[in-house]
Design a protein around this ligand. Sequence first.
Ligand SMILES: [Zn+2]
Length: 440
Amino acid sequence: MKAVVNTRHGGPETLEYRDLADPEPGPGEVLIAVRAAGVNRLDLLQRRGPGVLPGFSLPHIPGMDISGDIVATGPGVEGRRLGDRVVVNPAVACGHCQECRIGQDAYCADVQIIGGNRPGGYAELVAVPATHTHVLPPGTAHIAAAALPTAYGMAWQALVVRGELRADETVLVHGGGSGVSMAAVHIARRIGARVIVSSSTDEKSAHMATVGAHATINNRREDVAARARELNHGVGVDLVLDHVGPALFQASLHSLRLRGRLVFCGDTSGTTAAFHLPHAFHCGITLLGAGSCGYADFGAMIDFCFGDGSGIEGELEPIVDTLLPLSEAAVAHHRMESGQTMGKVVLLPGAALPRPVKQRTTQGSRAPQSDAAQSSKGPSGKASAAHPADQAPAPAPRPSSAKPRTGTAVVSSVSDVSTASAVSAGSSVSAGSSRVSTRS
Ligand SMILES: [Zn+2]
């Protein structure tokens, strides 16, 4: 298979696109032909080094956000079959620690992260535990699904599981322009809550307004707490989602109404926050930490976003900034590091194209990959129709002399995959971002 490998720490140029032996699914695992793989900040941080997850080692295949088709199953797999179109929960709990035994796998002390400290989705094939796959509703595009696991998982855990956001509440979300902030706006709006977003630039604020924010704050120019209170009848907001850390922690606390909740889930501005204790306890503030999504919560999040395939109204549509072929992973990292992305950067492996593979493994069964995008039946027995995005054309190779692209692909529908291909080929494309339709 083709894969992108970190063999040493450094810049994007250290990502090597190379041939590797196909992985084989072990006991309880399924082999997935990756159709789309989202790029995350952790991919960049671990590529640069030296800060890496415990258990990380080189060489490493990044990629935590994976959507694809099951093309082989290892021994002992139940509830998944060849051809299932699935999205992967990257947090793999150990299954036998105290937390796992009581169903609190989100707090597993020995959790592994697919694409973090075990092989990920920057590849044509990846083997993952069958229990950590979630079958997509019919018609859901792999590209849209690959935009969800990390960003929407974090926002879901923060807003819903820990923050318990309600329809009659107002939430303040920091970090406008980030994947988590967009996910939070989508989820909060779908709940029925009112959303205020703080961003570092007016451009990001304007973009968040188009994503669905009811109001925006420029956190570089405005007094965030004063403005948040002003925007909510002078009493402050019910919930703050802070994935920025110390830079806005004080502002977060003072943006809250009496007995408000501050849910924090990131440390991009540092790992240590100082705050005024008397304000926090006099106002009855609740501090809530939010980590990764457990298996059950992940499934609930996917169902919430894409529905059960019965055509519920207002399907959630992730924002995709750029589509690139897997071979252009370095360009994707350049784009992320530019700080200009407005939405998800998604890689499309060559496995999205039909290719011959072995028919069977020694222990499990394997389907021809060319069949994987055809209609099939999931565990529920529902037809799983292939989405047009799953037959994305092969992205044209970018001439080696071409400079990394600085524009942004306008991806207004899955049929615009070719637009992103043109971008990767060095063509000029207007800046901006849009939605990928999740329905055929
Ligand atoms: Zn565990």
